[in-house]
Design a protein around this ligand. Sequence first.
Ligand code: SF4
Length: 568
Amino acid sequence: MFLPTTREEMGKLGWKELDVILVTGDAYVDHPSFGVALIGHYLLAHGFKVGIIAQPDWKSDKDITRLGRPRLFFGVTAGNVDSMVANYTASKKKRKTDDYTPGGVGGRRPDRATIVYTNLIKRNFPDVPVVLGGLEASLRRFAHYDWWEDRVRKSVLVDAKADLLVYGMGEKAVLEIAKILSTTGKVEDCRSVRGIVWWTSKKPDKGIELPSYEEIVNEPVLYAKAVKMQTFLTDPHRDLILFQRQDTRYVVQNPPQPPLTQEELDELYLLPYERDVHPYYSSMGKVKAIETVRFSITAVRGCFGGCSFCALTQHQTTHVVSRSKESILEEVRILTKRKDFKGVITDVGGPTANLYGSSCVTREEKGQCQRFCMHPKVCSGVKPNHEAFLDLLESVKRLPKVKHVFVSSGIRHDLVFAEGDPDVFIKELVKYTPGQLKLAPEHSHPKVLSLMRKPPAELFLEFKKRFEKFAREFGEEKYVIGYFVVGHPGEGWRENHHLKEFIRKHLGYIPQQVQIFTPTPGTLSTAMYHSGIDPITEEKVFVERSLKVRNKMKENVVGKIEEKSWDG
Ligand code: SF4
């Protein structure tokens, strides 16, 4: 079912009042790839009445007031991506399009949507608690470097003047908040909930103190230190409280929620999603973001890949949870009953598809080590399970009405070489690849790759060689396509030319997928960009900050390009 978006829809459900209203910067797409749909259905399944206000007009009070006053709280998210990433290109140009908006129209979500929506709510409902969540809030929960303004900003919780912030995958924390507010009605009573950030004017008497906002503003190196601490101390097994002074207040992060268990993840993905855009948008054009995921399956959550520029480790954590085969097959059966199903499951994956079924006893029992699981090489503690992944794909393929099953999510090719005979998996993967297998070596130069915490480029070439050999044997036109990033910390002209030569020599084509590094909030790479040191080793790193030069670096690799091709 669709969650109600108007009074009329509430009336059809016999609801006079809502418990929770979720406000989002995306269009309302009732699909489990969208955070608002996940949280909304999860709360509903636990007995709370939830409504959605999607992409409200922030210049008027009309949209934000249309569902009335919620009994418990407003939940606010900028949407599936940070609003500044959604609204600006890597060249800081305003985007004209937005994949999360009907008809792809840009400009329906404000810059810094989390703050703008909270202000809008507080103006109309000053005494209703506002709980922030989603990627933007999660990655901006402490003082953070903001590339668009080229300065350190305070926690978004403080800037928005919201009541609480849920970080990471928020189902459990949001549910606990709803239960507490339903019982006592007091925000203060939520301050023991795991997985949240809150603020206080009194210094916490326990926990670990991060460098303060003022210290970070004055000394960028301390920002690198703070990001390293957040990265390695935020673990459900560590029970640590982190806090940071910001002017006269303290922003306090409670320990994270434990990851959902397999059973909980199974249940979450089998809730009654419509897997479609809300009918309200029917005459407004397609929402591109649903078209690529409508017939996709999330099989795994979390990633221990540890890429420095990736926000996922910070958001979903390194704790990998895989759904059961039966639950996934059940979801596929649901998809095959849809009228618009054409026989193709476009993806069975997650942040990294071939982490499905993998495990590490140490991580599961004691928490993440104070080092990376896959860099400089795959740790012996990692137990990949490609057999389980292949068995899953085979089982999906055997279901009635399923003609093709593809893996479109990224895979970690270094993991393939870390278990038994790599050819067993590579050979099978050819069958589940829709023409092009997209891999992300990201760069070729060893120094840049090391800062990115990515495997050596030679491993990518080896994987590509084997994959394309099997494709030829099968008589299939299938290739490995590389994704690259220029302008990452550590890359100067020498490293840039190295990448150019690598591509010319080994790929023989000009890749379309070369992006300019964008320092998005909260990542290790962004800490390198701002501080000029690697937060892990504390060694100095060359950083090219000129946008003009970074654009030229891209041009050097791909040739003369139109500005619009940088979009995305
Ligand atoms: S033992 Fe290895 S795989 Fe496990 S958490 Fe530690 S570094 Fe990661």
